[in-house]
Write a protein that binds this ligand. Structure first.
Ligand SMILES: Cc1cc2nc3c(=O)[nH]c(=O)nc-3n(C[C@H](O)[C@H](O)[C@H](O)COP(=O)(O)OP(=O)(O)OC[C@H]3O[C@@H](n4cnc5c(N)ncnc54)[C@H](O)[C@@H]3O)c2cc1C
Length: 393
């Protein structure tokens, strides 16, 4: 039976980056994921805006250089408040990263591209084994190690088994950890568009009943400016939009964008994601730790999801490097759970409240949303605090 320091279940973005970070720190790591080795363009239509703390972690793991050519900087965040259908703009305010002394709020990359580039870069790391096309199957927890079997019959002994296998995490389930879920009756559509007007590094969030419509800059596609879109709406409407014939969908999308980037053209398929807040009832179990969506799922607002996940990785790697012999021991796992618990609870509460206010169709709540935007933008210290939060602080 193969002995390793860490077994990581799940090669999504969080699992891959965790693998690189532990590998760079000198730990022997096996990562397994049943998804095929190279994700293609249609495999995940989401993009991720990597905020500064995530970029720092990725740089330390030696991976930023490989990602940088595909990353588009987000220099300005434009927040637009709209009401009615077709939406009518009531207010539009811009937050500039340079006001905080930073060049950008974050750097945006298509998920499929990031996953492919990361897998290639990690395959070259010594001490790391990527088993793509092979899934986690069973777990036996012992005091000193986790015994794991994979779908190809391989058996491993790991000092720590890390669940990075997403919101339905099989490893979390095998460890007997349940989840608490808050539903909002919303879904998010993810797709990409090209458009007539250049985005000029401006990420735009347009609020209306049902939630945010967000346009996040990407590199040019076919010689035209391009953006990734996340469109949050009431569940039935989002499902209807996803199934809509192309011409009808284009008209709805154009109206919802308020024309801020000129004429939009759909450049990819449309994927639908449920919008939930989900927290695992524990971050750890004997010889097991949860990270990323296996531990916490947030509504896709403010680029918090993966960025929060990478804070999990940063804390775990920090603890492991400080006391390598204690990897996976109860004291280390307790320290991890304590370090992440408060931050995660605070972020989940803030995003939950923000989402409820932003999606409301009630006139008094919509007035509150408008007043909130004006206050946050108009009062300089509040504006800077909001921007620091936007930068991942
Ligand atoms: C529409 C949308 C937009 C978003 N935009 C942003 C953003 O701009 N910024 C941001 O920070 N976050 C964003 N997020 C959140 C972000 O996408 C997620 O946090 C992140 O992709 C989740 O990563 P993950 O690695 O935890 O899970 P996943 O990406 O779900 O990966 C889990 C992996 O586990 C694997 N797996 C499943 N079963 C097994 C098994 N038996 N054994 C081993 N592996 C298994 C799966 O194949 C998969 O590859 C967004 C989310 C949504 C829905």
């Amino acid at each position: 039976m193969e002995r390793v320091d860490l077994f990581i279940s799940g090669g999504g973005l969080a699992g891959l980056i965790a693998t690189a970070a532990f590998g760079q720190a000198g730990f022997r790591v096996v990562l397994a994921d049943p998804a095929p080795p190279s994700g293609d363009e249609g495999s995940d239509l989401r993009s991720t805006a990597y905020l500064q703390p995530s970029r720092t972690l990725i740089e330390r793991a030696g991976l930023w250089q490989a990602l940088a050519p595909h990353a588009t900087p987000l220099e300005v965040l434009r927040v637009v408040d709209s009401v009615g259908w077709p939406p009518e703009i009531r207010e539009s305010r811009e937050f500039r990263a340079e006001e905080t002394g930073e060049a950008a709020f974050g750097w945006n990359l298509p998920n499929w591209r990031a996953r492919r580039v990361l897998a290639e870069a990690i395959a070259a790391l010594p001490g790391v084994s990527l088993r793509l096309g092979t899934g986690f199957r069973t777990l036996v927890q012992r005091e000193s190690e986790a015994l794991v079997t994979l779908s190809d019959g391989a058996r491993l002994r790991a000092r720590l088994a890390l669940a990075a296998d997403g919101r339905a995490s099989p490893l979390r389930e095998a460890a007997g950890i349940g989840v608490d879920v808050t539903r909002y009756g919303q879904k998010a559509l993810a797709f990409s568009v090209t458009h007539d007007l250049p985005h000029e590094g401006v990420s735009t969030e347009i609020y209306n009943r049902g939630g945010a419509f967000t346009l996040v800059p990407l590199g040019d596609a076919g010689g035209r400016p391009a953006s990734a879109v996340v469109w949050m709406d009431d569940g039935p409407r989002a499902v209807a939009l996803a199934a809509m014939e192309a011409g009808a969908f284009a008209a709805e999308m154009q109206a919802r964008s308020c024309g801020v980037l000129g004429a939009l053209e759909l450049a990819t398929g449309r994927q639908v994601w449920p919008v939930v807040t989900q927290r695992a009832q524990a971050m750890v179990a004997q010889r097991v730790a949860l990270i990323a969506e296996a531990a916490h799922v947030l509504p896709p607002i403010g680029a918090q999801g993966l960025n929060t996940s990478l804070q999990d990785v940063a804390v775990l790697v920090g603890l492991a490097v400080a006391a390598p012999e204690a990897l996976g021991a109860p004291a280390m796992l307790d320290a991890y759970a304590a370090a992440r618990g408060r931050d995660l609870a605070a972020r989940a509460r803030a995003i939950d409240l923000f989402n409820r206010v932003c999606k409301s169709g009630l006139v008094p709540v919509q007035s509150l949303r408008l007043a909130g935007l004006r206050a946050v933008h108009g009062i300089a210290p509040l504006r800077r605090a909001a921007m620091r939060a936007g930068l991942g602080g």
